[in-house]
Design a protein around this ligand. Structure first.
Ligand code: MF3
Ligand code: CO
Length: 258
């Protein structure tokens, strides 16, 4: 990944808005497909078809060899689940994570949704993970640095008794899905990152809390992708692409059901 943080021009921001809107619509399709009896592959299909129908391309498909448009992660799977034959049932929680490339720019978003009636813990995990994004978002503005976002996410999540993954982070975004800077969901040790850049107008970043109900340690399954909690506690993930402005941050992957 290039170390250079790209600052988007007005015309680039306009395209990013369009890419973000398509990604958000695709997430809505994924959310609606999260129903008892659906396979994770069917959920992926709903996302994929929406992206293509709207003139964009599914950027996850083929990315590092990932075989689908959406990552669909169930229960103790936190991120990067590969869609397949698995059927989701009442009581499960399902994360749908996707990227759409439109006119050369990428929109990236994710959400975790319940299937039917889920446990109180699952409900709380979904809500805390979503709200953690908005806690971090408050620091997504000039005058703060990237690590201030993660510190806010971590504090909020841990205050509710959950933990944030350390091995995966948010990121800058633009012509590439993953650009500088890294946007961790915790305040990192200074030695771990070369810099903690200031946030400036025109940066576009993905803030994406990845939260475990139990301990934050994770394992990658033999498929090489699926990230599961080591203690098999529930995991949740919520993400939006965000534009830094000189005032309020703008969520580019906004939708009515955000
Ligand atoms: N939203 C995920 C991310 O930020 C998308 C992963 S796509 C995959 O990394 F292809 F890498 F799975
Ligand atoms: Co992302």
């Amino acid at each position: 990944m290039s170390e250079v943080i790209t600052i988007k021009s007005r015309s680039e921001i306009e395209i990013m808005r369009q890419a973000g809107k398509i990604a958000a619509g695709a997430r809505s399709m994924g959310r609606q497909a999260v129903k008892d009896g659906m396979t994770t592959k069917q959920i992926n299909k709903a996302v994929h078809e929406y992206i293509v129908k709207n003139g964009a391309t599914p950027s996850c498909l083929g990315y590092g060899g990932f075989p689908a448009a959406a990552c669909v992660s169930v229960n103790d799977e936190v991120i990067h689940g590969i869609p397949g034959k698995r059927v989701v049932h009442n009581g499960d929680i399902v994360c749908v994570d996707l990227c759409a490339t439109y006119k050369g720019f990428v929109g990236d978003c994710a959400g975790t949704y319940p299937v039917g009636e889920v446990s109180e813990e699952a409900k709380k995990l979904i809500e805390v993970t979503r709200q953690a994004f908005f806690e971090g978002l408050q620091f997504a503005r000039p005058g703060y640095r990237v690590f201030d976002i993660g510190a806010a996410v971590q504090e909020y999540v841990e205050s509710h008794g959950f933990s944030v993954l350390r091995d995966y982070v948010g990121h800058g975004i633009g012509r590439s899905m993953h650009e500088a800077p890294e946007v961790p969901n915790y305040r990192p040790d200074r030695s771990m990152f070369r810099s903690n850049p200031r946030l400036v107008k025109g940066m576009t970043i993905c803030i994406e809390p990845m939260v475990a109900a139990g301990d934050w340690h994770v394992n990658v399954l033999k498929d090489g992708w699926t990230v599961v909690t080591a203690d098999h506690s529930l995991g949740a993930h919520y993400e939006n692409t965000v534009l830094i402005t000189d005032g309020e941050p703008e969520i580019l992957t906004m939708a009515d059901d955000l």
